[in-house]
Ligand binder design. Sequence first.
Ligand code: NA7
Length: 539
Amino acid sequence: MSNVQQATKQVDAVVVGAGFAGMYSLYKLREQGLKVQVYEAGTGVGGTWYWNRYPGARVDSQAYIYQYWFSKELLDEWNWSERFPAQDETERYLNHVADRFDLRKDIQFKTRVTAAAYDEASQRWTITTDDGQSVSAQYFIMGTGGLSVPMLPALPGIENFKGRIVHTAQWPREGVDLKGKRVGIIGTGATGIQVIQTIAGEVGHLTVFQRTPNYTIPMRNPKYDDAARAELRAQYPMLKERVQRTFAGFDYDFEDRNFFDVDPAERQRILQRLWDDGSLNFWIGGFREVFFDEKVNAEFSDFVRQRIRERVKDPKVADKLVPQDYGFGTRRVPLETKYYEAFNRDNVLLVDTKATPMEEVTAKGIRTSAGLHELDILICATGFDAGTGALTKVDIRGRDGVLLRDAWAQDGVRTTMGLQVHGYPNLFMTMAPFSPAAAFCNVPTCLQQQVDWIADCIAFVRQQGRHSIEPSAEAEAKWVAHHDELANLTLVPKTNSWYMGSNVKGKPRRLLAYAGGAGTYRAKCEEVKASGYEGFVTA
Ligand code: NA7
């Protein structure tokens, strides 16, 4: 204990995580003259793009909107190689940013924050790390990401497997030799799809354990040459503005027209045009009613089902790959490249775990109700405890020592705009529940907006000569009610996915992300700022 006390150092702000949000928080707050300490569990920067180095990992947002906007020099000098860059390129970009702006000197790597406690008398947080150190900070910012706590499947006997088990988000830096091996993969979300389409031709045999098929969109991923990059660069100022106002922080947005005001032939032409763009445009750049209206949604769903069927040779396999019992876009829509063709290969077997459930893992492989699938390597593309996972994993104690984890377990999750929580002064969060950043957003757009808001808020507190800020209980209740009201207007709660927390046993079903759209959310955040932080209490 005395060691810990001796080690206590004083900074203005502690930031957890050196991914997109953490690095930008460091940059912004340091610019405002704050002494900032960042803690990062990994050995390098990049967050999601540091950890998720599985085969085929790639962004589903176009590179030219998946970047920082704060530095013209950075925009001018960084050359994206293609429309949807792979993990290593995105990680290289984030390393370049860290070097370019000399961020590393304030980042302590290989260090996990385990606890943080607020002291009302001093209006400061004491933050403890897994190396037994502690640091005192006035502001505490969780830049821990929404998808950073990986989940392994709870299968009986998993500890008996004699082969290798690897979660996609914990993929070893040195790689895994899959060549010629009997590989099994559990999970066919955005991650599983990228892995399957990438490794099918390399492994000896691939068994895909699928519980729920996804609607997907074929990715169109042209390479960029200098001319293409120059053309894009000329659009950066426009893109920077545009992404701030759209529903999902992309450069495209919904049609102004209502779906059924457009005649059926024209509707099909529009769907085809969106489809041919080879991006998420088909989902969040088409008609907003796809999220609200079952009939509109059915037309989108049928369109995609048909496209999937066209590509799978065996109609029985196609039956399994085509989603039937939920609507398009009510879960995250993955982009894919030759994913369905993988199932036309002789060395790929699709196992429907709803029809033949996985009963146990044995030393040799996975036994379903239909028999044993022998495996050398088991890949778990089984997702994350999204949104709340990273926030409840740390012992965050607010006023009166109340653990955030307990408060949320007892009263349900609550946040104010996903940025702060009543009872936790000077705690700021990014990608937290009840903001669009939690799921319905091109992540860098929403993270930069949230970090800008946090930095402005801290500047405001300092300018006022105050020391802390938190939302009032009333403002928080209002935001939570507003969030829930919008969530229930959408079709999303009808489907199971990490959007609803339904992938985690015992997690209450609740839409994580604010459904009003990123543009509307930004306007609301701006309103709060312009009003002198109405609904927030300073002390
Ligand atoms: P997801 O989208 O949560 O996908 C996880 C997949 O793993 C999904 O297909 C799950 O089936 C499956 N899963 C999880 N546990 C099990 C068990 N126990 N048995 C069978 N199948 C299981 O995670 P991803 O990593 O693919 O993507 C996360 C986000 O990262 C993605 O949305 C993008 O935003 C980037 P289910 O669908 O639950 O039936």
